[in-house]
Design a protein around this ligand. Structure first.
Ligand code: NDP
Ligand code: HSE
Length: 435
């Protein structure tokens, strides 16, 4: 077979990793792909910066040198952002080119439109690197678990956030200091609030939900909370109760619809997910036939993400001769079998809760608080009351509840926040046993 020519849109962290892997492992990769794979062109904004990489690639600031170039078979979009990336990808597809992308924001928000055009044009759009960096979890769900009705997906799917939380917890480092290191290591998004506020994880969860349940991509329906409100007190008290706090993306198929949520979560320390630290990611997929499976690896960085991009390019090379109708569908299910199942609003979620509050240190307070829980039919699983510090008149109360409907918990929280014995705002973190 003739060599496959790849044109890159972007030559930053992921682009450089992709080129290095294709160069360093060229023989092994062509043994797998059945042909040579060559990166011939790259489009960037700053040519001098790209030249300094020392690759033998034609560089340009003009995207048409890749997307309109008849020599290029595969356009590899590793520049990020919605525009101009979306316009370039649609143009490349219109020109009959296969596309590989690491851009989860683009797939989560515009994937339905992109896949529809790709379907019409009979080209592939591959996006393994878009979720969990180097972990081949898209392939695992789409192909390896194709026999299953997937029941739930829960994962640590942002490397930067997990790196920050781990370094702050284990080394007491300051948030800004760890974030700067994550940026220097190439983990963080161009706008790091995407990592910290859960937006990047929500992009990834949107994609995982679609391939797990066969639903259209629906980013706007994901409930999203970031890590910025988790305090070191929460981490310490959760630990006393036997939990670690992790920033999880959770998608679950229920009788009433699909739950999609990203938020800090208490996870029992005995679970594998509770012990996934640093830039590592892990995704727990529960299938009805296989049971629980865990997919673990580096969630960000030059070489791990390059590994996923190159795997997609190899996939494209292998299927170039296959009839488009017989390829693995973009979203795992055949295009005419995607179902618009309802996505639940947050007040319909069912989960446990960890609540931390400051209460007045006087008799009868605990009875007042438990009465509020009783009124909303919320069962308490554990309570810790901390002695007030010397000269203080408030005590810290920590409660763990059993699983309860989030609407009921919201009502209870409103009552707690208005109760005379509660001082300040109640801090709430959801709990998942992942049993
Ligand atoms: P970088 O910022 O390191 O690199 C971006 C590259 O794209 C640079 O070469 C930049 O050129 C180029 N670029 C950006 N905008 C334009 C434009 N308008 N026209 C031409 N070139 C442009 O990003 P990453 O490599 O980290 O990320 C790329 C994509 O991969 C993103 O979608 C990201 O979400 C995703 N991703 C990243 C991971 C990671 O670990 N970093 C992991 C998984 C996915 P120049 O430098 O000249 O400005
Ligand atoms: N910024 C992302 C992360 C890159 O830290 O997980 C990998 O998608």
């Amino acid at each position: 077979m003739r060599p496959i020519k790849v044109g890159l849109l972007g030559l930053g962290t992921v682009g450089v990793g992709t080129v290095k892997i294709l160069r360093d492992n060229a023989t092994e990769i062509s043994r797998r792909a059945g042909c040579e794979i060559m990166v011939t062109h790259a489009v960037v904004r700053n040519i001098d910066k790209a030249k300094a990489q020392g690759f033998d690639i034609e560089l340009s600031t003009d995207a048409s040198t890749v997307i309109d170039n008849p020599e290029i078979d595969v356009v590899c979009e590793v520049m990020g952002g919605e525009e101009p990336a979306k316009g370039y990808i649609l143009q490349a597809i219109a020109n009959g080119k296969h596309v590989v992308t690491a851009n989860k924001a683009l797939i989560a928000i515009h994937g339905n439109e992109i896949f529809s055009l790709a379907q019409d044009k009979g080209v592939m759009v591959a996006f393994e690197a878009a979720v969990a960096g180097g972990i081949p979890v898209i392939k695992a769900i789409r192909e390896g678990l194709a026999a299953n009705r997937i029941q739930s997906v829960a994962g640590i799917i942002n490397g930067t956030g997990n790196f920050i939380m781990t370094e702050m917890r284990d080394k007491g480092r300051a948030f800004a200091d760890v974030l700067a290191e994550a940026q220097a290591l190439g983990y963080a998004e161009a706008d790091p609030t995407f990592d910290v506020e859960g937006i990047d994880a929500a992009h990834k969860l949107t994609i995982l939900s679609s391939i797990a349940f066969g639903i259209p991509l629906k980013f706007e329906a994901v409930y999203t909370e970031g890590i910025s409100k988790v305090s070191s007190d929460d981490v310490q008290y959760a630990s006393e109760l036997g939990y670690n706090i992790k920033h999880l993306g959770i998608a679950r198929k229920t009788q009433r619809g699909i739950e999609m949520r990203v938020h800090p979560t208490l996870v029992p320390k005995r679970r594998l997910l509770a012990n996934v630290d640093g830039v590592m990611n892990a995704v727990l997929v529960q299938g009805d036939a296989v049971g629980p499976t865990i997919h673990y690896g580096a969630g960000a960085g030059e070489m791990p993400t390059g590994s996923s991009v190159v795997a997609d390019i190899v996939d494209v090379a292998r299927t170039l001769t296959a009839d488009p109708e017989n390829r693995v569908p973009h979203l795992a299910f055949q295009a005419d079998q995607i179902e618009p199942l309802p996505v639940l609003a947050s007040h319909d979620f069912e989960t446990g809760y960890f609540l931390r509050m400051q209460v007045e240190d006087r008799p009868g307070v605990l009875a007042d608080i438990t009465a509020i829980f009783g009124k909303h039919e919320i069962s308490i699983e554990a309570v810790i009351q901390k002695e007030p510090e010397d000269h203080e008149s408030v005590a810290t109360l920590i409660l763990l509840t059993r699983e309860i409907n989030e609407g009921a918990m919201n009502d209870a929280l409103t009552a707690l926040n208005g109760a005379p014995s509660v001082v300040g705002e109640v801090s709430r973190i959801r709990v998942e046993t992942l049993a």
